[in-house]
Design a protein around this ligand. Structure first.
Ligand code: CA
Length: 324
């Protein structure tokens, strides 16, 4: 269980414990190992919350999730980035590269992991994922799923072949169409959001990140009710208990992040982007070329031809002068 120091809130109706983010991971009731991992990473790009749900049997799933967390941490801490999306994409692609390489070992040839990352920098929140770990937005008892699962059954839902309820109990509900480790080229979904200030008394949003061990046993409505009524820390404990009371057949991981405002897809008027976009803000100078671009080799050849012509002209001039 993880807590954090509370952000400053001007709303006195908000209790201090409501503003402290929390996360939890639990092995559940049936599994022998916990293949889920979560991490909170402070880096120059912001604070990243990562949830990974590993798979691959034996020690593979556990290793894949841990390799992903470690690689993401290393990548985010390694250098500055122009913006949050670039940072998360780079870090997760690095993690994919590490797991693809490790899969060359036959003992780990089927391992992989989902990844879900939320990077918070100032008022900007970037959410990136591959797989079926989910991000939800919770506002005053209402809940909205922000991510779309990369699963075979989600494709069936999208085509209208089954509905979301049937997808949860479908025999192939666990089949992922994207995850870390399966392909050298990773296709990531990324979305950017902005936290807007709210007037006193207006509800503030919470972001919930979780593995499928939670949402396959606890309904969206139940998640919304609990997260809206108690602190993030208490929400983590109650939601894990609820999933376990219904069998807890999978590992359960979740993080609850109070946002101190409301999440929007557009930047608030007058708000400043938190990360300087050094390269993209630099004015692009279009350089109109007046002729074909010359390579260094061609330039040298032209200079030699000009020199030769000069020598020839000088020689001709000398011969002409002598013969006259
Ligand atoms: Ca799982």
């Amino acid at each position: 269980m993880l807590g954090d120091s509370p952000p400053v809130s001007g709303d006195e109706s908000v209790k201090p414990e409501d503003t402290i983010p929390a996360a939890i991971t639990d092995i559940g009731c049936e599994r022998e190992i916990n293949e889920d991992r979560y991490a909170v990473i402070d880096s120059p790009a912001g604070r990243a919350w990562i949830v990974c749900d590993g798979m691959g049997g034996s020690l593979g799933g556990e290793l894949a999730a841990q390799l992903a967390i470690d690689a993401i941490r290393r990548a985010l801490e390694s250098r500055d980035f122009d913006n949050g999306e670039d940072a998360l994409r780079f870090a997760i692609e690095e993690a994919n590269r590490v797991i693809v390489l490790r899969r060359q070992n036959p003992a780990f040839s089927s391992m992989g992991t989902t990844v879900l990352g939320a990077l918070v920098q100032g008022d900007e929140v970037v959410i990136t994922h591959a797989g079926d770990s989910r991000a939800y937005l919770i506002r005053d008892g209402e809940i909205q799923q922000l991510t779309v699962d990369h699963t075979y059954v989600q494709e069936l839902v999208d085509r209208g072949a089954i509905d979301a309820e049937e997808a949860l109990s479908h025999p192939q509900s666990h089949v992922l169409t994207r995850c870390l480790g399966s392909e050298p080229r990773l296709d990531l979904d990324a979305q950017s959001f902005w936290i807007w200030d709210v007037a006193e008394g207006e509800p503030e949003d919470k972001l919930l990140l979780c593995s499928d061990g939670l949402y396959s046993l606890v309904s969206d409505k139940e998640i919304a009710d609990i997260v809206s009524s108690v602190s993030p820390q208490e929400s983590c404990v109650r939601l894990v208990e609820l999933a376990k009371s219904r069998g807890g057949f999978d590992n359960i991981t979740l993080a609850v992040l109070p946002l101190g405002g409301q999440l929007h897809e557009e930047i608030a008027e007058g708000a400043k982007k938190p990360v300087p976009k050094r390269k993209s803000e630099r004015p692009r100078v279009s350089r109109a070329r007046k002729g074909p671009k010359l390579t260094p080799g061609v330039k040298i050849a032209l200079m030699l031809i000009l020199l030769l012509m000069g020598v020839l002209l000088a020689g001709l001039f000398v011969v002409f002068s002598l013969t006259n």
